[in-house]
Design a protein around this ligand. Structure first.
Ligand code: ATP
Ligand code: MG
Ligand code: MG
Ligand code: MG
Length: 541
């Protein structure tokens, strides 16, 4: 491609509103432009990067056995009412009405749509397992869109869904997807880590992993154990809220009206619930919501004994209902504590030391050097960007949609499902955060908009022009993606733009071209090597 034929509106100065290095360079290199908060246009170079990432995802997921499809963004509200999420999803769900006043939503995710399809199309166990994926625009009216593509309100997501006859099948495919995610992220050149994510009180039987790209501007904190390899997301707040939302689905009212706090064990199971208001009434509601038959009432001071701190909890503590264990002390000492409020959930805390409930809101994250909940090794904290999330849903959607399949013995059975997401545009942002220097972007080879940036130093020099043209044709002939800077610009302008854009290989056609020499430079390194034309081709191939 010739640079005179592609729109690359670079900016000399840092954009004023850029919140991070990656965002600043995506703007300055002319890859993206903002239309509204959290809503972006991908200019040709940016779109090439996005397409490269999508292509990697397509390849790896097809290899994993998932088939590509495309579902609508416009979704009837009925579907969301069936799953129970219409009420609980909150203002992030963009709702609208058509001209006949029928309610719709713009899809933030597609569990409802795919499950309704499965219900219609899959009737026999022989049709399972099955896995679909799509790469599609999602809508979430995020409270705080930030850092360009990192948290958009309209963004590109890969979402996959698998359906199985039993948990063995789901577990096996979950591992396949886990491995596919690792390959995708490695190929994108990302430094990342798969971490345990909280599965919440419902769906606790399933697993959930997040894939975190390391970055100082990440919104998540990851606790990593240096000894046993344990890695988990510290941010429990969101999971907790989601849990409360899920609980609300199981009963007919917002669960937050009767549950004050859920305490979790290290493996993500709810072990106790602090209840609001009337004990007796709420005990029944909690049982319903959590689908448990039996609950044991414990006194406030008993919790205080486990945690050493809850006695200071402000407001009516009510009671706790240990659900699944009788070794509360052991579990609690693994240190998961939290409240049903944003930023009020922690993992790996040491009660009495790491936080103090007496002063409302005075929580702090488990810190560097705390004991690992698994092996008592030392935890270190790192910031990360959630680029992917995989989740065992079980019957969470197949059950309310009544999507049953006939088994070999003639019985109807509810299939179990998994869902898997990658923020494609967020992934692009994460790479840009990790891969830049003070001059601009440094794209990893597989996601770079072009492989080679070919730059004749002087646009006026006929010899250079011809040599560059010939090299351009040769490289294209070899199947390489080349951007030829054929603009009539000063060398300084060309080189600055090339640094901003961040194409991995640069070939500079200059003074010694007459003798058959060009300069080769790898973006991100300082050295420029003078080599023969043939050698230059060999280097970049
Ligand atoms: P977050 O915790 O950052 O809000 P999430 O947990 O709500 O993300 P999921 O529902 O797990 O997101 O969606 C799957 C993937 O989609 C995420 O792992 C992330 O990579 C991406 N994603 C989610 N929200 C956004 C967004 N607003 N902009 C860009 N990508 C997003
Ligand atoms: Mg979110
Ligand atoms: Mg999240
Ligand atoms: Mg997530």
């Amino acid at each position: 491609m010739r640079q005179t034929q592609i729109a690359v509106p670079t900016w000399r100065e840092a954009a004023v509103d850029a919140e991070s290095g990656g965002h600043r360079y995506l703007l300055r290199s002319g890859m993206i432009r903002q239309l509204a908060a959290g809503v972006y246009t991908y200019l040709p170079l940016g779109f090439r990067v996005l397409s490269k990432i999508s292509a990697i995802i397509r390849q790896e997921l097809s290899y994993a056995g998932a088939q590509e499809m495309l579902m609508p963004a416009l979704q009837p509200a009925e579907l969301w009412k069936t799953s129970g999420r219409y009420e609980v999803y909150g203002p992030e769900l963009i709702r609208l009405k058509d001209r006949h006043h029928r309610e719709f939503a713009l899809g933030p995710t597609h569990e409802e749509v795919i499950t309704s399809l499965i219900k219609q199309e899959i009737s026999s166990y022989r049709q399972l397992p099955v896995a679909f994926f799509q790469i599609q625009t999602k809508f979430r009216d995020e409270l705080r869109p930030r850092s360009g593509l990192l948290r958009g309100r309209e963004f590109l997501m890969m979402d996959a869904y698998s359906f199985h006859n039993d948990y063995e099948g789901l577990d096996a495919f979950y591992e396949v997807m886990h491995a596919a995610y690792e390959r995708i992220l490695s190929r994108c050149g990302l430094e990342y880590r798969g971490v345990e994510a909280d599965a919440g009180a419902i769906g606790g039987e399933g697993g959930s992993h997040e894939f975190m790209a390391f970055s100082g501007i990440g919104e998540d904190t990851i606790a990593v154990c240096g000894s046993c390899g344990y890695a988990a997301n510290l941010e429990k707040a969101e999971v907790c809220l989601r849990t409360i939302e899920e609980l609300s689905v199981a009963c007919d009212e917002p669960a937050s009206s009767f549950i004050k706090t859920i305490l979790y064990s290290a493996d993500g199971k709810a072990v106790a619930v602090l209840v609001r208001g009337d004990r007796e009434v709420n005990e029944i509601k909690v049982k319903q919501a959590l689908r448990v038959q039996e609950l044991r009432l414990v006194e406030e001071r008993e919790i205080a004994a486990w945690t050493g701190v809850l006695s200071g909890f402000s407001g009516p503590v009510g009671l706790t209902l240990p659900l699944l264990v009788d070794q509360e002390v052991a579990l609690m000492s693994q240190g998961i504590v939290g409240a049903n409020e944003t930023d009020y959930h922690l993992r790996g805390v040491r009660p009495g030391k790491d936080f103090n409930l007496e002063r409302t809101g005075d929580f702090r994250n488990a810190a560097e050097g705390d004991a690992c909940p698994r092996c008592h090794g030392v935890l270190s904290m790192q910031r990360g960007i959630e680029v992917g999330h995989i989740f065992k849903l079980g019957e969470k959607y197949t059950s309310p949609f009544n999507a049953q399949v006939l088994q070999a013995d003639g019985q109807s059975l509810t299939p179990v499902a998994g869902c898997y997401g990658i923020g494609v545009s967020r992934l692009m942002a994460a790479v840009s955060e990790q891969c830049h220097d003070e001059y601009g972007l440094i794209w990893p080879e597989e996601v770079a908009p072009f492989r080679v940036h070919l730059i004749p130093v002087s646009a006026k020099d006929e010899l250079q022009k011809q040599a560059a043209e010939k090299l351009y044709q040769d490289l294209i002939g070899l199947g390489m993606e080349v951007l030829l800077d054929d603009r009539e610009e000063r060398p300084g302008v060309k080189f600055n733009d090339a640094d901003l854009i961040g194409i991995p290989w640069r070939i500079i056609v200059g003074k010694r071209t007459g003798e058959g020499y060009v300069e080769v430079k790898r973006r991100g390194t300082q050295e420029t090597e003078t080599v023969s034309l043939e050698e230059a081709i060999r280097r970049v191939a």
